[in-house]
Design a binder for this molecule. Structure first.
Ligand code: CDP
Length: 208
C-alpha cells in the first residue's frame, strides 16, 4: 500500500509523512533528500549545477546510506536541489529507486513534489499539503533561527516564493496536485491537527 504526500517547501509534508508512516507501521522516504544528496555530491566534487552529465552520474551512484546526512538540510543545498531537480535525466535516474521503495511491505509513505503525479500515480491515498507562503516562510524562519541561521523573515519569504515558482514552473514533473489528491491546507493547523486531518482523509480513501 502506497501513501503519496506532496506539497511545497515548508508546508509540513515531511513531519506529517513521517508521523503517518509511524502510525501505519509503514516505511518512509523523504524524496527531497534524494535531490538534496545529488546536489550535495555535485557541489562537493566542484561541478556546476547545470552540468547534466555530472548530476546524472551523481544520481546514478547515489548511496542511500548517505541520506541521513544533516548537511542535506542546509539552505544552500535545498536551493541547489531545486535547480538540479529541473533536469529530466536526473529525475529519470532517481525514479527506479523511488518506485522500488514504494513497493516495500507492508506499505510505504513517500513525500515530495511529484509522488502522486509521476512516481506513484496509483497510490491508494494522495494528499497535497499546503499553507500560505507567509505561513511557510514563518515556519522556515523559526527553524533557521533555532539553528542560529543568519536570515531574516523577508529573505525567507522571497526564497519560498522563488522555490515555489521554480518547482511548479519546470517542464519536467512540475509540483502539482494530482487530480485525485485531497488538499490539506495547514495554514491554521498545528501538527497534531494536521495529522488527525490527514489520517481521516487516508482512512476515507482506503475504505472507498
Ligand atoms: O524540505 P523542503 O520542502 O524545503 O524541500 P525538499 O522536499 O527537501 O526538496 C528539495 C527540492 O527537491 C525541492 O525544491 C524540489 O525542487 C526537489 N524535489 C523534487 O523535485 N521532487 C521531489 N519528489 C522531491 C523534491
Amino acid at each position: 500500500m502506497i501513501i503519496a504526500i506532496d506539497g511545497p517547501a515548508a508546508s509540513g509534508k515531511g513531519t506529517l509523512a513521517r508521523k503517518i508512516a509511524e502510525y501505519l507501521g509503514f516505511f518512509y522516504l523523504d524524496t527531497g533528500s534524494l535531490y538534496r544528496a545529488v546536489a550535495r555530491d555535485v557541489l562537493a566534487r566542484g561541478f556546476r549545477l547545470d552540468d547534466t552529465w555530472a548530476a546524472v552520474a551523481m544520481a546514478r551512484s547515489l548511496d542511500p546510506a548517505s541520506l541521513d546526512d544533516q548537511g542535506l538540510r542546509e539552505p544552500g543545498v535545498g536551493e541547489a536541489a531545486s535547480r538540479i531537480a529541473g533536469i529530466p535525466e536526473v529525475r529519470a535516474a532517481l525514479l527506479e529507486y523511488q518506485r522500488l521503495f514504494a513497493k516495500s511491505s507492508p506499505g510505504a509513505v513517500l513525500d515530495g513534489r511529484d509522488i502522486g503525479t509521476v512516481v506513484c500515480p496509483d497510490a491508494c491515498a494522495k494528499i497535497f499539503v499546503t499553507a500560505t507562503p507567509e505561513e511557510r516562510a514563518r515556519r522556515r524562519f523559526l527553524e533557521r533561527q533555532a539553528l542560529n541561521g543568519d536570515v531574516t523573515y523577508e529573505e525567507t519569504l522571497v526564497m519560498i516564493r522563488n522555490r515555489d515558482a521554480r518547482d511548479a514552473g519546470r517542464d519536467s514533473a512540475p509540483m502539482r496536485r494530482a487530480d485525485d489528491a485531497d488538499l490539506l491546507d495547514t495554514t491554521e493547523m498545528d501538527i497534531e491537527t494536521a495529522f488527525d486531518a490527514a489520517v481521516g482523509l487516508i482512512k476515507r480513501k482506503i475504505s472507498q
